[in-house]
Design a protein around this ligand. Structure first.
Ligand code: NAD
Ligand code: USQ
Length: 388
C-alpha cells in the first residue's frame, strides 16, 4: 500500500514509518520538523542521540534496501500544497500523528495554548477538507488519546471503545442510541483530541471519509525491532518536564539517582502501551479499515493500566531509587479507577509486550546507557494548570 505518515519524524511516527516500510509498504513521511524546533526553544534534547531525518532515511535505505520518502510541509498552514500532493500521490492510507502532543506544554502559557489549538485543529481539518476536495479515498488512521474520556467518573464500569450506549430518561419508545463517549478533557492538548473526534464524526457522516481513531494510552519504551538495527535509527526519548511521559521519566530518573517525581500521592491510574505494540496496532488498523459511510471506527489502543505510585514503586524496587511525592502541578483527580475495554485489538491478534517483560532492558539499554546526556535542570515539571 501507499502510506503517508503525517508527523513521521516524531516518537511514534518514526518507528511506525520503519515498521510499515519493513512490511513492504511504500512509505512517505510528511513533517515540518517542529518537534525538533521545540526542543531547541526549550533548550532540551532527546535522551537518545537522534540523527537528522535525512540520515535516518539514508541509513534505513542502506540497511534494508527500502526507500522512505520525506516531504517537509506544515500541514496546518500549507493547505494547497497538501491538496496538490494528495491529488498527485493518492495514498491508500494516511496515518496522522502530526499534532502538538504534550499536555504540560499545552498548559504552559497563553501562547502555547493558542499554538496547540491552532496547530492541531488546523492539521486535522485541512486533511479532511483536502480529502473531500481531491476526492481521494484514503483511509485516515489518527492517533487520538485515552484522555478524551477523562478520568475519575466512570468508576468500575469499563470505558467502551469510543461509543456509549444510552437512552433518554422518559423516552416512551425506550430507544437505545450510541453516542460518542462524553468529552472530558484534562488539558488544552486533550481538548484538541475531543475536537478532532467531532470533526471526524461530521466528515465520516457527510462525506463518507473512512476514519479510524485510535485512543492510545501513554506510550512507554523507546526501541522497536527496526530502530534497534543501527544506532543512527534510534527513536527519540523525551525526558524533560514538558514532553517526558511518566514511566519513561521514572526510568531516566532512576538511572541518575534522581528521586522519582510522583505528582501528588500518585493515585492517578493511567493506561499504557509499549512503543512496539503502537506500531503493531497501527498496522492492524490499516489492515482493517471501515467502509465509506461508516461512522469513525474507534479502538482503545492500550494494553495495561497502572497507578502512577505503583509504577514508581516498581522502578524503585528494580533500581533502588527513592520516591519524591511532589505538589501536583496539574489539575487532575488525585485518585481514580480506570477500567478500559480493548477487545478489538485483542480480537485482531495483538499479543502485547507487558511492563514486566521490557522494563529492565529499557533501564539498561537506554536510561543507563545515555544517562550522561541528561540535564537535571530540565527534569522538574514547571508547567502549572492553575496560576492563581
Ligand atoms: P511527537 O511530538 O514526537 O511527534 C509529532 C510529529 O508531528 C513531530 O515530528 C512534529 O514535527 C510533527 N508535526 C506537528 N505539527 C505538525 C504540522 N503542523 N505539520 C507537520 N508536522 C507536524 O509526538 P508523538 O509522541 O509521536 O505522538 C504522535 C501522536 O500520537 C500525537 O498526535 C499524540 O497525540 C498521539 N499520542 C501519543 C502518545 C505518547 O505517549 N507519546 C500517547 C497517546 C497518543
Ligand atoms: N506524572 C507524574 N510524574 C511525572 C510525570 C507525570 O506523576 O514526572 C503523572 C501526571 O500528573 C499524570 C500521569 O503521570 O497523572 C500521566 O502523565 P504523562 O505526562 O505521562 O501523560 P499525559 O500528560 O496524559 O500525556 C501523554 C502523552 C499524550 C497522550 C497521553 C495518553 O504526552 O500525547 O495523549 O499520554 S493518555 O494519558 O492516556 O491520555
Amino acid at each position: 500500500m501507499k502510506i503517508w505518515i503525517l508527523g513521521g519524524d516524531g516518537f511514534c511516527g518514526w518507528p511506525t514509518a520503519l515498521h510499515l516500510s519493513d512490511q513492504g509498504h511504500d512509505v512517505t513521511i510528511l513533517d515540518n520538523l517542529v518537534r525538533r524546533q521545540t526542543d531547541i526553544l526549550l533548550e532540551v534534547s532527546s535522551l537518545t542521540p537522534i540523527t537528522p531525518i535525512s540520515t535516518r532515511i539514508s541509513v534505513w535505505h542502506d540497511i534494508s534496501g527500502k526507500k522512505i520518502k520525506f516531504l517537509k510541509i506544515n500541514l496546518a498552514n500549507e493547505y494547497y500544497l497538501l491538496l496538490e500532493l494528495l491529488k498527485k500521490e493518492k495514498p491508500d492510507v494516511i496515518v496522522h500523528f502530526a499534532e502538538q502532543r504534550s499536555a504540560p506544554y499545552s498548559m504552559k502559557s497563553a501562547e502555547t495554548k493558542r499554538y496547540t489549538v491552532d496547530n492541531n485543529i488546523r492539521v486535522t481539518h485541512n486533511l479532511l477538507v483536502a480529502l473531500v476536495e481531491s476526492k481521494v479515498n484514503s483511509h485516515i488512521v489518527h492517533l487520538g488519546t485515552m484522555g478524551v474520556y477523562g478520568y475519575g467518573w466512570s468508576g468500575k464500569t469499563p470505558i467502551p471503545e469510543g461509543y456509549l450506549k444510552m437512552s433518554i430518561n422518559g423516552d416512551k419508545e425506550k430507544k437505545t442510541r450510541e453516542i460518542l463517549y462524553p468529552a472530558n478533557p484534562g488539558s488544552v492538548y486533550h481538548m484538541t483530541k475531543n475536537l478532532d473526534q467531532l470533526m471526524f464524526a461530521f466528515y465520516a457522516k457527510n462525506d463518507g471519509i473512512r476514519i479510524t481513531d485510535l485512543h492510545q494510552g501513554i506510550v512507554w519504551g523507546t526501541q522497536t525491532i527496526q530502530t534497534k538495527q543501527d544506532e543512527r535509527l534510534i527513536n527519540r526519548f523525551d525526558y524533560d518536564g514538558d514532553y517526558g511521559t511518566v514511566l519513561n521519566r521514572f526510568l531516566m530518573e532512576a538511572a541518575i539517582n534522581y528521586p522519582l517525581t510522583v505528582h501528588g500521592s500518585g493515585g492517578q491510574t493511567r493506561a499504557f502501551i509499549n512503543i512496539q505494540d503502537t506500531v503493531r496496532c497501527i498496522e492492524l488498523a490499516i489492515l482493517n479499515p471501515p467502509k465509506n459511510g461508516d461512522r469513525p471506527a474507534i479502538f482503545n489502543q492500550v494494553t495495561e493500566t497502572f497507578k502512577v505510585v505503583n509504577l514508581a514503586k516498581l522502578v524503585a524496587k528494580l533500581t533502588g531509587a527513592t520516591i519524591d511525592y511532589l505538589d501536583n502541578p496539574r489539575n487532575e483527580a488525585a485518585d481514580n479507577d480506570l477500567f478500559v475495554e480493548n477487545k478489538q485489538f485483542l480480537a485482531l491478534g495483538l499479543n502485547s509486550v507487558k511492563l514486566n517483560d521490557g522494563l529492565m532492558s529499557e533501564i539498561e539499554q537506554i536510561a543507563l546507557k545515555y544517562a550522561s546526556r541528561i540535564d537535571k535542570t530540565k527534569i522538574p515539571a514547571r508547567s502549572l494548570w492553575k496560576t492563581k
